[in-house]
Design a protein around this ligand. Structure first.
Ligand code: GDP
Ligand code: FE
Ligand code: FE
Length: 196
């Protein structure tokens, strides 16, 4: 029998179908891997495994939405107008949670927050936020210089793993001359001391 998600009123089979319909095969494999990775990290660090798994499964739900759809959501929910100056990479978490709530009855504030900040982070993240943020970075398909160290830190200490990941992301963005969302810098400033 398929697992049941009581708060969504859906079996796992039906939920997976909905997730799959939103994205490419490759991204679907990524979200399944993030789900598994988030559950593993949750076990190690004493975080709610159910919430970690569900947040992992849904974290990129909105990643392939067209820009017009994000702009509609920013206006409809009266979100910070500055968001209009950004793009899909920043929107799919920060704005994506509104799409998720339109499509699914997901009311859990902690899960929604972890999805919201999974790309840019924030100050004083909850342990659930950190688990999802880090799981996304280290899931087994990821392959970049530094991923081994990120995996080692993730098992040892969530704050150090967040710091290491945020430093890596900021470096990546600077190297490519990509604009940094202010909240990403807030995350960097808050967590970077954990690396020393
Ligand atoms: P993914 O959705 O699984 O690919 O991973 P993420 O949601 O963590 O990141 C998506 C993309 O957003 C990556 O290419 C990041 O480098 C990029 N990103 C992260 N922070 C920022 C930021 O502050 N500004 C911009 N423009 N992109 C960012
Ligand atoms: Fe993402
Ligand atoms: Fe992701």
């Amino acid at each position: 029998m398929s697992k049941y998600y009581p708060e969504l009123g859906l079996t796992r089979e039906k939920l997976l179908k909905k997730v799959k319909a939103q994205m490419s095969k490759k991204r679907y494999e990524h979200v399944l891997a993030v789900e598994e990775q988030a559950i593993k990290l949750a076990k190690i660090h004493g975080v709610d495994e159910y919430k970690a798994g569900l947040a992992g499964l849904l974290h990129d739900y909105a990643k392939e939405l067209p820009a017009e759809e994000f702009k509609r959501l920013i206006k409809k929910y009266d979100l910070d107008k500055d968001l209009l100056n950004w793009g899909n990479n920043v929107w799919h978490g920060m704005v994506g949670i509104y799409k998720i709530q339109e499509d699914l009855v997901l009311k859990d504030k902690e899960i929604l927050h972890a999805i919201k900040v999974h790309t840019v982070g924030c100050k004083k993240m909850s342990d659930l936020d950190k688990v999802v943020y880090v799981a996304d970075y280290i899931e087994p398909h990821r392959d970049f210089p530094g991923v081994y160290k990120a995996r080692r830190l993730a098992k040892k200490n969530l704050d150090e793993a967040v710091a290491y990941e945020t430093r890596g992301t900021v470096r990546h963005l600077i190297d490519r001359e990509i604009k940094i969302y202010p909240q990403t810098l807030e995350t960097y400033n808050y967590y970077i001391d954990y690396l020393k």
